[in-house]
Ligand binder design. Structure first.
Ligand code: SF4
Length: 311
């Protein structure tokens, strides 16, 4: 019985207790693990909230490991993503002595791109300062030695350093199959490993990007899995809105007004009174601004259309 396996695993004298120093059995942790196991068995959706100290990471990893299905774990932050992959998964794999293969998969902007790195090396004028010259050297050495190419592993170059933008790829500037570095490409390597792994650790941004691309018929980002676990799930609504939602800003509306007038006057001057249309859109934009102003004073600065406070 799987449930017995859970009880044994989390017991005071179980495999976790034997291999993790300071381990103590917690009722809430076992209860959460059992609820997750049931949800996996029923192929159901479970939304669970666990207080600090419950030990929720193992509460979902243990039933996920024992289920034998391919699992995707998605985190809100890259910090937790790295911690799961580098610390929690190896510890659990060792404690349970299960031959589970794990992979870490991030968005392509996290991996050094050999092609763009080579181009930057060949273009001295592209470096903006002596600091960037030193950073480039670090990145070159890293790209030659690293197994993953994950920039989080290169601590000498800060995560927000501008040079990273020039040595990673985007969906638009990646050469794909035509790339001379395809065999050693870190992005493709990480995706291959994710395809072959039993547990794949991603973050919500990558998960949502995958959903958005699937809408466009592109399905090569994430592997097919049977179980998805969202840790730090409270961040999902915001990230989903960013990737799957539509947005329009007052600046975009004002730009639209300017363009309507310019194109109208250039292409069909006599068709209508274009400056008047420009003005009408400007006025409407001002009204929208006034209408949403009270939202700015709300604690989270957000409201649904129905709950919009009046001005
Ligand atoms: S395949 Fe794309 S990401 Fe990989 S090295 Fe080539 S250009 Fe860079």
């Amino acid at each position: 019985m799987l449930d017995d396996a859970l009880v044994t695993t989390f017991a005071e004298d179980g495999p976790l207790a034997r291999s993790v120093s300071g381990y103590r059995s917690r009722h809430a942790q076992l209860e959460l693990a059992q609820a997750i196991e049931q949800a996996v068995h029923d192929r159901a959706v479970l939304v669970a909230e666990a207080g600090t100290g419950t030990g929720k990471t193992w509460a979902y990893l243990v039933p996920a490991f024992l289920s034998g299905v391919k699992v995707l774990v998605s985190t809100g932050t890259r910090t937790l993503q790295d911690q799961l992959y580098r610390r929690d998964l190896p510890r659990l794999r060792e404690a349970l002595a299960l031959p589970v293969v794990a992979a870490l998969l991030k968005g392509r902007s996290n991996y050094v791109c050999h092609y763009h790195l080579e181009r930057l090396q060949g273009d001295d004028r592209a470096l903006k300062s002596r600091q960037e010259v030193a950073q480039l050297r670090h990145i070159q050495v890293f790209a030659n030695q690293s197994q993953s190419g994950d920039k989080a592993e290169l601590t000498q170059v800060p995560d927000n350093a501008d040079i990273w933008n020039r040595v990673v790829s985007t969906r638009d500037n990646c050469l794909g199959q035509a790339c001379p570095h395809l065999k050693s490409c870190f992005v493709y390597k990480a995706r291959r490993q994710a395809q072959e792994a039993d547990v794949v650790v991603v973050n919500h941004a990558l998960f949502m990007a995958d959903l958005a691309l699937r809408d466009e018929g592109i399905t090569d980002l994430l592997p097919e899995v049977q179980l998805v676990v969202f840790d730090e799930a409270h961040q999902l609504p915001d990230i989903a809105t960013r990737f799957l939602g539509s947005s329009v800003s007052s600046n975009q509306l004002l730009e639209l007004a300017r363009q309507v007038e310019a194109v109208g006057l250039a292409q069909a001057r006599e068709a209508t009174n274009w400056p008047q249309w420009h003005m009408k859109i400007q006025q409407a934009t001002r009204e929208v601004r006034l209408r949403v102003e009270p939202v700015d004073r709300l604690p989270a600065k957000r409201a649904t259309y129905e709950s919009m406070p009046s001005a």
